[in-house]
Design a protein around this ligand. Structure first.
Ligand code: UDP
Length: 315
């Protein structure tokens, strides 16, 4: 199994899950946003190999690495708004050139190719909840376009490799996910609010907090991805938790789980910030027999110790 973006939040959990299924895993990451600490526990794992590499350059696997690659999981990309704003051109390049290099590698090995796509393909959606047949409402030149259009191009390229070269492909559209290893400094709402609450700092809500997101705990998400990889489904599948939260209510939940007395303050809403987001998971339910099990309350509790550690460390 080849996992790109292996040192990232989802990539590292995916490596763990594949190793737990007795796979041999090669993890690739250029560490532009990934963190080797996420893989530190695999240091002595003989079935895991890490290659520091930017997939915008073709990847040659030595014969010692393995004779075959069964599946390429293409998870390499800056993924949080803060990171892809900082690395805008890099984000566009990894979604296009990087994805092409990994599709070529999959073709060479006759491997399955699973592309990590995103709910951002739907942009600021006019259809609610979002089903896979919705084409989206994306601003091609807005601040988020570097990410949205990179991922949309990656989907188009993945489908083209299937159509023209018969590559065996999968597309997962990932909705907001959280859990241990979410980067402290990547500016995402759950990591920001949890760390602020644990430090007794004000919780920052952008805008009035009426915008919505649907938060999936990482173990549920990885379960959905493995089921999709094992299925024959080539069309996009949403994987996310369909329970929709306003950011205001999410902040209240963070206060409840942490027992914090922090205040909630509102600041400017970034431009292009989608007003609502909620997956329709009918396809995942019917095709994969998948649905999320972990509530936001439970997931925040499961993540509490991790956020405690990083809240302490950054002080
Ligand atoms: N957000 C917030 N406070 C924060 C960080 C984010 O209110 O400290 C909001 C953000 O404006 C967005 C939502 O929370 O509406 C989710 O943001 P995130 O960056 O986690 O991911 P997105 O879904 O926007 O990609």
């Amino acid at each position: 199994m080849l996992v790109t973006g292996a040192a990232g939040f989802l990539g590292s959990h995916l490596c763990d899950a594949l190793l737990a299924e007795d796979c041999i895993v090669i993890g690739v990451d250029n560490l532009c946003t990934g963190n080797l600490e996420n893989l530190a526990h695999l240091h002595n794992e003989p079935r895991f190999q890490f290659i520091e590499h930017d997939i915008c350059n073709p990847l040659e696997l030595g014969s010692a690495d393995s004779d075959t690659v069964d599946t390429v999981f293409n998870f390499a990309s800056p993924a949080s708004p803060k990171d892809y704003h900082r690395l805008g051109v890099e984000t566009l390049m990894v979604g296009s050139v990087g994805t092409r290099n990994m599709l070529e590698l999959a073709r060479r090995y006759n491997a399955k190719f699973l592309q990590a796509s995103t709910s951002e393909c739907y942009g600021d959606p006019e259809v609610h909840p979002q089903m896979e047949s919705y084409w989206g409402n994306v601003n091609p030149i807005g601040e988020r376009s570097v990410y949205d259009e990179a991922k949309r191009f990656a989907e188009a390229l993945t489908v083209a490799y299937r159509r023209y070269y018969s590559t065996d492909t999968r597309l997962v559209r990932i909705f907001n996910t959280y859990g241990p290893r979410l980067g402290r400094s990547d500016g995402r709402v759950i990591s920001n609010l949890m760390v602020q609450a644990l430090r007794g700092e004000d919780l920052t809500i952008y805008g009035d907090g009426s915008q919505t997101r649907s938060f999936c705990y990482v173990s549920d998400l990885i379960d959905g991805i493995l089921r999709l990889a094992a299925s024959d489904e080539s069309m996009p599948v949403n994987i996310g938790n369909p329970v929709e939260w306003t950011i205001q209510d999410c902040a209240q939940e963070v206060l409840a789980v942490t027992g914090s007395k922090s205040n909630i303050v509102t600041t400017t809403l970034p431009s292009d910030d989608p007003t609502r987001r909620k997956p329709d998971i009918t396809r995942a339910r019917t095709l994969l027999g998948w649905e999320p099990k972990v509530t936001l309350h439970e997931g925040l509790q499961l993540s509490l110790e991790y956020f405690r550690q990083i809240a302490k460390r950054a002080e």
